[in-house]
Design a protein around this ligand. Structure first.
Ligand code: FE2
Ligand code: FE2
Length: 195
């Protein structure tokens, strides 16, 4: 499906969900963080994700979705918070790509300006998480470990988003499928399918 086939409102519905999930996950991770400085960093990211949600809420009139943190808690417990953060870093990378694409679709100057600000923040998140993930175990195991994590949970590669097959969309980090399985996206966050 091409982006042209989706209205901004439809895109917004998906973005609402994903931004809210990001907000919830970062808030949770901040609560686990023992280091005060790191906790503040995560809280700040969470707050920005909430702001992104509010941006899309204005457009799509969506409500905060229910977020089940069971799987995130499990992964954090089994593999460590750093693993979740590593996943979130990849997710932020996709967020950046996604917002770049959305921005291209928008003609309205004010909206573009607001999207530009969100894009800047997503880029900042990616940079912040890159410096955050310093656990040598994560660095050493890298993608192999992330692959392992994906083996025990569902990966969101199934979504071909509104950006098309070659430019899949993001939105938030870790999210859940309808079946309740955790989706830990590697290359993509989720689709912007019309609901
Ligand atoms: Fe965001
Ligand atoms: Fe973000």
């Amino acid at each position: 499906m091409s982006s042209a086939q989706l209205s901004l409102e439809e895109i917004g519905k998906e973005m609402c969900r994903e931004e809210w999930e990001s907000y919830t996950i970062y808030s949770y991770l901040a609560s686990l963080e023992k280091n005060k400085e790191n906790a503040e960093k995560l809280k700040r990211i969470a707050e920005q994700e909430r702001k992104h949600f509010e941006f899309w809420r204005k457009i799509s009139r969506c409500e905060p979705p229910k977020v089940d943190l069971k799987k995130v808690k499990l992964i954090a417990k089994l593999l460590g918070v750093q693993f979740v953060l590593k996943k979130m870093e990849l997710s932020e990378k996709n967020a950046v790509e996604c917002y770049k694409k959305i921005k291209e679709m928008i003609k309205d100057e004010q909206l573009r300006k607001e999207l530009e600000e969100i894009l800047e923040e997503e880029m900042e998140h990616e940079r912040a998480l890159m410096s955050e993930v310093e656990d040598p175990r994560v660095k050493y195991l890298g993608y192999v470990a992330l692959g392992l994590a994906d083996a025990v949970v569902e990966v969101t590669g199934v979504h071909a988003g509104f950006l098309g097959a070659t430019a899949k969309h993001r939105a938030s980090g870790i999210s859940w499928s309808d079946s309740g399985l955790l989706r830990l996206p590697l290359n993509d966050r989720s689709s912007l399918r019309p609901s």
